[in-house]
Design a protein around this ligand. Structure first.
Ligand code: GDP
Ligand code: IMO
Ligand code: MG
Length: 456
């Protein structure tokens, strides 16, 4: 047998397990549409997903946890989703929480119950949870807080995490001591033993950590029973969705490219891959099934928490963007830092994700400005650099080169078509589109579902 791989040697490779039918590389099944944040989060992903979800059969979360906060405004009612995919609002679609997500069970049920009170009916029947997803325990959240205090004491700065236990839970996963949904629903004696070991491990690192183990286990058992009807083998569920009848499958990214554990502004990042690879690993989707990848970017930039932000405006412009844009964190209630649109970061996000379209949100927030700036390049010692710096000391020192545009000084919130926009706003959008090199598919001019101009 030849040592080089060939399809002939592995003729069973493409056969689906259920039907035994042969598949070629061109018959890969349904394509998945992915929506991803192209900045530091809160770009309006929830709104874009909601728009697409009205026609979707399955809407999936692939990474992150309840550090995310996605807002959807429908018929004047505002919903905020943290762990639930924003598509849960569509009573005709199924929502899937994939293996790459870390789930805090009390948070999940609290979120569902809160939204039920707002009128979200039957969500538990529409939700599927992967048995491979890892669990975030209450003590992970406590440890998140302790680590932040420690960072502040040791280095004089913390990360500004959401304290939802994301870093500690993904650390447990990577160090192979984490516990998954399938463990909770399996032999509870074994689960309890592993839970106690995990608690002991963290207590040896953080002696101040107190955990009422028996109380936690009792609650987890109850949560597990409430969760049980929703749990499936996520990989097989996705396989069937991809290869069964034609289906519209949507993946809702959480967090964003510049918060990605590999590509973001490390260490001021989250602990998962928020770029396109996370859709494959967090759901078990083969890369060939990835179809459109839509990047979401505000018409300016915001960031929550600590870390470099080259186009940040610590002045009246930043304050205006913050107040007009109601830039307050959905999860933590913290004020978001604001600045001009930074096309260096959006282009960098495109290098990694290969966007096929962009949703440019919150254009309406710029309506009152006399002039609008856009960051187009970074310079070090007066020389343009072609890449996005990995080192935060370098990023901190870059000088931003700006293009300046005249403001349109008129209300765009009622615009529903391209021609409704003032020509100065059209010029601004055209410049962005040309600079990123990706067509702009949607332009957001308000919070609600209908406040979106669709270009094609
Ligand atoms: P996500 O985390 O990316 O889903 O975004 P968030 O929900 O955290 O933050 C986006 C905020 O902007 C929410 O309050 C949205 O309701 C709001 N929003 C989204 N698109 C637009 C828009 O085009 N115009 C205005 N004015 N608000 C928008
Ligand atoms: P959505 O999905 C904005 C930021 C936190 C912090 C850093 C690490 O709503 O866009 P973590 O709790 O994840 O360990 O915090 O990442 N962060 C976000 N900022 N939007 C988000 O999600 C975020 N998720 C995490 O503020 O700086
Ligand atoms: Mg958000």
């Amino acid at each position: 047998m030849s040592l080089t791989w060939s399809a002939k040697d592995h003729k069973n490779m493409n056969q689906p397990p259920a039907t035994g039918q042969k598949r070629s590389r061109t018959d890969t099944g349904n394509k998945v549409t992915v929506v991803l944040g192209a900045q530091w989060g809160d770009e309006g992903k929830g709104k874009v997903v909601d728009l697409l979800a009205t026609e979707a059969d399955v809407v999936c979360r692939c990474q992150g946890g309840n550090n995310a906060g996605h807002t959807v405004v429908v018929d004047g009612k505002e919903y905020d989703f943290h762990l639930l995919p924003s598509g849960i609002i569509n009573s005709k679609s199924t929502s899937l929480i994939g293996n790459g997500v870390v789930i805090h069970l009390p948070g999940l049920f609290e979120e569902g119950d809160k939204n039920e009170k707002k009128g979200l009916k039957g969500w538990e029947k529409r939700l599927i949870v992967s048995d491979r997803a890892h669990l975030v325990f209450d003590f992970h959240q406590v440890v998140d807080g302790l680590q932040e205090t420690e960072r502040q004491a040791q280095e004089g700065k913390n990360i500004g995490t959401t304290k939802k236990g994301i870093g500690p839970a993904y650390s447990s996963k990577a160090s192979r001591t984490g516990l998954r949904v399938c463990d909770l629903l399996g032999d509870f004696k074994d689960f309890s033993m592993r839970f106690k070991n995990l608690v002991r491990q963290y207590q040896s690192m953080y002696p101040a950590l107190t955990v009422d183990v028996e109380d936690q286990l009792k609650k987890l058992k109850e949560y597990g029973e409430r969760l049980r009807p929703m749990v499936r083998d996520g990989v097989y569920y996705m396989y069937e969705a991809l290869h069964g009848s034609p289906k519209k499958i949507l993946v809702e990214g959480a967090n964003a490219a510049l918060l990605d554990i590999d590509f973001g502004t490390y260490p001021f990042v989250t602990s998962s891959n928020c770029t396109v690879g996370g859709a494959c690993t967090g759901l078990g989707i083969p890369p060939l099934n990835i179809g459109d990848v839509f990047g979401v970017s505000k018409a300016y930039t915001t960031r929550v928490g600590i870390g470099s932000f080259p186009t940040e405006q610590l002045n009246a412009v930043g304050e205006l963007l913050q107040t007009r844009g109601h830039e307050v964190g959905v999860t933590t209630g913290r004020k978001r830092r604001c600045g001009w649109l930074d096309l260096v970061i959006v282009r960098y996000a495109h290098m990694i994700n290969g966007f096929t379209g962009i949703a440019l949100t919150k254009l309406d927030i710029l309506d009152v400005l006399d002039e609008i700036k856009v960051g187009v390049a970074y310079k070090i010692n007066g020389k343009r650099i072609p890449h996005f710096p990995a080192n935060m000391d370098v990023l901190h020192k870059v000088e931003v080169e700006y293009e300046t545009f005249p403001g349109w000084k008129s209300d765009t919130s009622a615009a529903r078509k391209w021609n409704d926009l003032p020509s100065k706003a059209q010029n601004y959008i055209h410049f962005i589109e040309n600079h990123i090199g990706v067509p702009i598919k949607w332009i957001g001019v308000g919070k609600s579902r209908e406040c979106m101009i669709q270009m094609f």
